[in-house]
Design a protein around this ligand. Structure first.
Ligand code: HEC
Ligand code: HEC
Ligand code: HEC
Length: 443
């Protein structure tokens, strides 16, 4: 099978780009705050040049100091890599070893499919990519003390029905199905929800969707992933568990599980694919709701941020981010966790639907159509709206009492309308760092 195209990764990347652009462009006062101390000057010219590339293009996700904690980091899953740990997922080297330069260059050039990590070969000249990789290596001491230990890859076994069927037996014997299911898409798995080493949520790959494999979907890519393991994740290394030929059979089997992507389907195939997905969404409203809440960026406004635009820990969806719409006033975003006193725990479904699709607060007063684009949410289907609510009700309660919103003064309101409708100027929207909510003494 050839390397599939990457519309999905592109879509997710685009989403992250929107989120990041939002944070950078709109959160004026936030980025004006002094950031952490600048990192030390690297020793070589190459790394010094790479540092400039890094600060321009990588910092937003990977963080000023490379800790994987840039302003964009809290909004994407999986999270950007923490370069200071020197632990990498996509390697051609033994488990525990650092990756080779070629591994890193490849990840930066082609991006990590199915994640927010962009493919930089379309955006940066090769020289810049080499420089930035040299710089990234200086962020972990491991690269100066450890040499990469490449795995010895045996002769590939070409794919054939026999190899695939032998590979299926290896899949059963090595119990890949414990995490990936008997069918590669989670059926019968003990669980598919994991955490990475940084306690961030991570899902076991759906082996029927090879275009989401971060390291690529050729038999060789798949072979390397289970042979070397993916450091920092629960995906283990299967070194010495089978003969080399059996591992190639297994890789061929995994590749054979890949279903047709929608961009290669006929109209009928797409309809039945979407019907199956709709049935699945109906059977798992909380999962569907989480996906919708993520893709509609609800957490981007409904979680408070620090001075660098990073989400305050433990307060995802707990509201309290102050949003100023000039000249209308300041509006703290509501607490959407299931807390009964300060969140949506005591709201009825109808009250929530009214707020989300008609902009009517619980007390019956009206919200402006910005910053929250509730007119846009009015297009959600009833099933999707119910799913979103089911998910919000499942979010653990966080006590965070949001102050009441100030009502815009009439002259300011009319001035704002005049500017929008007659002068055609959009109202500036400013996001403030810190939590405007009252945690009632809780930390
Ligand atoms: C929009 C956010 C974003 C930007 C910008 C970004 N990255 Fe990433 N990067 C990620 C994410 C997310 C991951 C982790 C993906 C995963 O775990 O599958 C990642 C992972 C990586 C990895 C690790 C691969 C591995 O094997 O673990 C490298 C290397 C990397 N990025 C380099 C860079 C460089 C160099 C730049 C700048 C030129 C950059 N990234 C810019 C989001 C970003
Ligand atoms: C303990 C659970 C676990 C077991 C057992 C396991 N995996 Fe995984 N696997 C994962 C997780 C979690 C991920 C997602 C890692 C990520 O996204 O960073 C993953 C990812 C993958 C990927 C995607 C690689 C990529 O480039 O993104 C492949 C392919 C894969 N596993 C194959 C296998 C095979 C084959 C086996 C059996 C030999 C196996 N896995 C056993 C948990 C597991
Ligand atoms: C662009 C920022 C933004 C986004 C995105 C956003 N909201 Fe809001 N939301 C707000 C602000 C600000 C308020 C408070 C507005 C006001 O009271 O006038 C609010 C209010 C609400 C309220 C009423 C809460 C209360 O306590 O009165 C609900 C419910 C709500 N949002 C749900 C959602 C959901 C669900 C999503 C995602 C589908 C979402 N919001 C996306 C900014 C946003």
């Amino acid at each position: 099978m050839t390397q599939p195209a990457r519309p999905l990764a592109g879509a997710i990347g685009a989403l992250a780009a929107v989120a990041t652009a939002w944070i950078c462009a709109v959160r004026g006062p936030v980025s004006a705050q002094p950031a952490a101390a600048p990192p030390a000057q690297p020793a070589t010219d190459e790394a010094a040049r790479g540092q400039r590339v890094y600060q321009k293009y990588c910092r937003e996700c990977h963080g000023q100091q490379g800790h994987g904690d840039g302003p964009g980091a809290s909004w994407v899953s999986p999270r950007p890599r923490d370069f200071t740990a020197g632990r990498y997922k996509i390697r051609s080297t033994e488990t525990g070893s650092v990756p080779t330069d070629d591994d890193l260059l490849r990840s930066v050039r082609q991006g990590l499919y199915g994640s927010a990590m962009p493919a930089w070969d379309r955006l940066l000249p090769d020289g810049d990519i080499a420089d930035v990789v040299a710089y990234v290596k200086t962020l972990s001491p491991r690269f100066s003390t450890d040499a990469p230990v490449p795995v010895v890859v045996g002769e590939p076994v070409p794919s054939s029905p026999e190899s695939v069927s032998r590979g299926e037996q290896v899949y059963v014997r090595l119990q890949c199905g414990k995490c990936h299911g008997t069918d590669g898409r989670g059926t019968g798995a003990v669980t598919t929800d994991f955490e990475d080493d940084w306690k961030q949520p991570l899902r076991a790959a759906d082996l029927t969707q090879p275009w989401t494999f971060h390291g690529g979907a050729t038999a060789r890519d798949v072979y390397l992933r289970f042979r070397t393991g993916m450091s920092g994740t629960p995906m283990p290394s299967f070194r010495d568990t089978a003969s080399d030929a059996e591992m190639w059979d297994l890789a061929n089997y995994v590749v054979s599980l890949g279903r047709k992507p929608v961009w290669s389907m006929t109209a009928e195939e797409i309809s039945s694919q979407y019907a199956a997905e709709a049935a699945e969404a109906k059977a798992n409203p909380v999962g569907r709701g989480r996906y919708l809440v993520d893709t509609h960026l609800c957490a981007l406004c409904h979680s408070p941020i620090d001075a660098q635009g990073r989400m305050l820990p433990g307060l995802r969806l707990a509201g309290g981010q102050m949003v100023k719409v000039v000249p209308y006033g300041s509006f703290p975003a509501g607490n959407l966790t299931s807390d009964r006193d300060t969140g949506i725990g005591a709201w009825s479904d109808d009250e929530l639907k009214r707020a989300i699709t008609q902009g009517i607060r619980r007390d019956g007063s009206r919200m402006l159509p910005f910053p929250m684009d509730w007119p846009g949410f009015a297009a959600l289907t009833p099933d999707d709206l119910n799913a979103m609510i089911a998910y919000l009700r499942s979010v653990p309660p966080v006590y965070n009492k949001i102050p009441t919103r100030s009502r815009p003064l009439l002259p300011l309101y009319l001035w704002g309308k005049f500017k929008m409708l007659i002068l055609q100027q959009d109202p500036p929207i400013i996001f403030y760092p810190g939590n405007a909510g009252d945690r009632g003494g809780r930390s």
